[in-house]
Write a protein that binds this ligand. Structure first.
Ligand code: ZN
Length: 130
């Protein structure tokens, strides 16, 4: 299991300017309707930063920003066999937001664990479809 990306909630993708000023490049921009966000991925080596701009006030990311302000929103680990991880975590009593994979950016299948099961950290698991 490897760190895939760190998700950062922003009001607007204009927030990319600091990363561009740091000399980083945006390599992928995509609307992810299932999460209600426009995402921008910044390549930082083995992992990425994922900036998340809400597509509507109803987006979970809009609610996150209203409650906690902009900032780090989640961390994502890349896995294989996502269902087996979800099944095992559920059996161990961890709370899941998604009990089954949902479509994520890059055509990945993703699932979020509840932050109450991550000591306040929202954890995403992502499986790439080759
Ligand atoms: Zn993510």
């Amino acid at each position: 299991m490897k760190l895939d990306h760190i998700g950062i909630a922003v009001k607007s993708l204009a927030a990319l300017k600091i990363y561009k000023a740091l000399g980083l490049t945006v390599d992928h921009v995509e609307d992810v309707q299932t999460q209600g966000v426009k995402t921008a991925f910044i390549d930082v080596g083995d992992a990425n930063l994922e900036l998340l701009e809400p597509l509507s006030p109803e987006s979970p990311v809009a609610k996150f920003i209203a409650k906690r302000g902009e900032g780090i929103h989640h961390i994502c680990f890349r896995v294989t066999n996502l269902e087996s991880h979800l099944e095992r975590l559920k059996q161990q009593g961890f709370r899941l937001i998604n009990e089954a994979p949902v479509p994520g950016a890059h055509g990945c299948r993703v699932a979020f664990l509840h932050p109450s099961s991550g000591n306040g950290v929202l954890i995403e698991l992502s499986e790439r479809i080759e």
